[in-house]
Design a protein. Structure first.
Length: 405
């Protein structure tokens, strides 16, 4: 009898020593027996992660449960006797959990009386840009069509582009593209250093500034400033981009008084070809300059007159995605606006604008490295855009009524 007790004690000692050593359990998929890689486990004060073969290593302790977790198999717990079985068999199985995601519908109600618009207020570094469309990319809903590396970006708003977008300066003036391939979209003629902010009114219901099925993009110039005594103001900004050797500069100088504000503005940008992320050279040469002047007059305390002129000059801009490049682009924009503040019981204010835009454009393929060169092509194009706009603002109870022509 004593002999049997001794043998039993020896076996119990060997088993307890076996479980005290670190054990390996392999976790497999119940259906295809593939390893469940990188599952995490928690066992008493022991934690870890399965390897690529689905194997975890732990030291057995009596009475503890093993908790396992995997993103495709969920979280499950094995009791003490199940842990012993898994250690003896060196394997455990788990069935994959399928999660069904159903479609969700989100409904947003726009409050009545609010204009469906977005706005970009230009900072000092934004005024260094040579193309107005490059600033519009700050809005998530707007992208651009890039036919050139550094010039002539054409905006796209929610899939609408070209003439589906109404591009205006101060609510009235626009410049029609002269190039059939739109090397000179209207946004490229809006000099950022003369602007204060950009408003985007989503279409098709925004008819205040004309018909634009996709949206109306309104470039608003800087406000007139009047001071009790004569005062001078100005600024000078510059920048440089090493990839493409892009040099940018812009400046403004002005003089103000109690009833006048006169300023002149200028900007100059130029650049060479640049390299993309794969070190491929992208043709992107361009030269761009804008020069303008603003004159504001306070006719009375309720009446203001603003006269402005702008000359845009572009030379030798590369358009690798088009059959020709831009060689010359000269654009003149002139406008005069009269504002009168009435503040009557019904009629609040009235403004009238007359404008003219003149674009002369020359494109050819002489700068393109064509081999073999089958022909030399050159095309000149000219567009004129002129008109007038008048608008009155009326008090309509809780809202405003805009009436104009």
């Amino acid at each position: 009898m004593q002999y049997k007790y001794i043998v039993t004690m020896v076996l119990a000692f060997l088993v307890s020593g076996l479980f005290a050593q670190q054990q390996a359990i392999r976790i497999l998929d119940l259906e295809n027996a593939l390893p469940i890689s990188f599952a995490t486990f928690e066992y008493g004060d022991q934690t870890g992660t399965a390897d690529a073969q689905g194997i975890i290593h732990l030291t057995y302790t009596t009475g503890n449960s093993l908790t396992l977790s995997h993103i495709n198999y969920g979280t499950w717990t094995m009791k003490d006797h199940q842990v012993q079985t898994a250690i003896n068999e060196q394997v455990t199985f788990r069935k994959n959990i399928a999660v069904n995601l159903y479609p969700a519908t989100i409904i947003a109600v726009r409050p009545q009386g609010l204009q469906p618009d977005e706005e970009i207020t230009l900072q000092f570094d934004d005024r260094l840009a040579h193309d107005g469309a490059s600033l519009l990319k700050q809005m998530p809903a707007i992208s651009t069509i890039r036919k050139g590396g550094n010039y002539g970006f054409d905006p796209v708003f929610r899939g609408f582009k070209y003439d589906q977008l109404n591009i205006v300066l101060n609510g009235a003036q626009s410049a029609t593209a002269a190039c059939p391939n739109r090397m000179d979209p209207p946004t490229s003629q809006m000099a950022p250093n003369m602007m204060d902010r950009i408003e985007v009114l989503k279409g098709p219901h925004a008819l205040r500034y004309g018909t634009g099925f996709g949206a109306t993009i309104n470039f608003i110039p800087t406000r007139l400033r009047f001071t009790p005594a004569t005062d001078f103001y100005g600024r000078v900004s510059g920048g440089y981009e090493s990839n493409g050797n892009v040099l940018r500069s812009e400046s403004q100088i002005g003089i103000t008084g109690s009833n006048y504000d006169f300023s002149v503005l200028g900007s100059w940008s130029q650049g060479d070809d640049y390299k993309d992320g794969n070190e491929n050279v992208v043709p992107a040469d361009f030269t761009r300059g804008s020069f303008g002047a603003n004159l504001g007059l306070k006719l009375t305390n309720q009446q203001k007159l603003r006269i402005s002129g702008l000359y845009n000059r572009a030379r030798d801009a590369d358009f690798p995605a088009l059959p020709m490049d831009l060689r010359e682009d000269d654009t003149w924009l002139f406008n005069a606006r009269h504002d009168i503040l009435i503040n009557g019981k019904h009629l609040q204010s009235w403004n009238t604008t007359v404008f003219g835009s003149f674009v002369e454009h020359l494109m050819d393929n002489l700068l393109k490295p064509l081999e073999p060169r089958m022909m030399n092509a050159s095309t000149a194009a000219t567009t004129y855009n002129y008109g007038a706009r008048t608008e009155s603002v009326w008090n309509a109870g809780k809202g405003k009524l805009y009436a104009g022509l």
